[in-house]
Design a protein around this ligand. Structure first.
Ligand code: PEP
Length: 243
């Protein structure tokens, strides 16, 4: 069984004052028997070094350095204290036109910098309603995971775009179907696929976490809104520990 992962994506939220939420989390979960990852805005990565949690960036550039105003390289994130980075989050795909090819290049840059990449994939509502979810997943898996991926440097996050920040959640059967499909596809390509973590993201909250974590091949969660407050993220972590 892969070690479970509770990951919080703060997105473009969080000032120094909000770091008190991590202190509250630490009081309850400093010795959790699941991995806890916080992806704050990059401005706070360095300031998170005193927490017992893993810290991640939310994106990185594919290049090591150069004339890319406003961007951050994977090396810079690692230098600031990150050990993970999200790649291919749907908000990056939508807001910045990121393609699978770009995401594969960013993920490779993450590996080269020694970071663990959380590669995000998932279908839109139109794709779900059009019956093409598994085809979309196949395309994203094939296009965005470098050949060097293994269970130590890669986590796959299944995040249906229509469930992110909307309060809508797929049925447990739908989650089971997609996670099982991802596991099978990983098995075709990677010898350690059974150890690769596949986490679910999209409106995970304290009230639905336990049932989502009961689904086969769900090895944790990527949590947006409910990761901002310790009062919400803590019961999600506890549900994962108890799963
Ligand atoms: C996310 O940002 O990856 C996410 C899943 O957000 P939320 O939990 O708010 O739906």
């Amino acid at each position: 069984m892969p070690r479970k992962l509770a990951a919080g994506n703060w997105k473009m939220n969080g000032l120094r004052a909000n770091l008190t939420e991590l202190i509250k989390l630490e009081e309850k979960h400093a010795d959790a028997d699941v991995d806890i990852l916080i992806c704050p805005p990059a401005t706070l990565i360095d300031r998170c070094q005193d927490t017992p949690f893993d810290i991640g960036g939310q994106d990185c550039h594919a290049a090591i350095g150069g004339a890319h105003t406003g961007d951050l390289s994977a090396d810079m994130l690692a230098d600031a204290g990150a050990s993970y980075v999200l790649t291919g989050h749907s908000e990056r795909r939508t807001d910045h036109g990121e393609t699978d090819e770009m995401i594969a290049a960013k993920t490779q840059a993450a590996y080269d910098a020694g970071l663990i990449a959380v590669i995000c994939i998932g279908e839109t509502l139109a794709e779900r309603e059009g019956g093409t979810t598994l085809d979309v997943i196949d395309t994203q898996l094939a296009g965005s995971i470098p050949d060097e991926a293994d269970n130590e440097n890669t986590v796959i996050a299944y995040e249906p775009v229509w469930a992110i920040g909307t309060g809508k959640v797929p049925t447990l059967d739908q989650i089971a179907e997609v996670h099982g499909h991802i596991r099978a596809r990983l098995q075709q390509r990677f010898s350690d696929a059974n150890e690769m973590r596949i986490i679910y993201g999209g409106s995970v909250k304290p009230s639905n976490a336990a049932e989502i974590f009961s689904v086969a091949n769900v090895d944790g969660a990527l949590v947006g809104g409910a990761s901002l407050k310790a009062a919400d993220f803590s019961p999600i972590i506890t549900a994962l520990e108890n799963a």
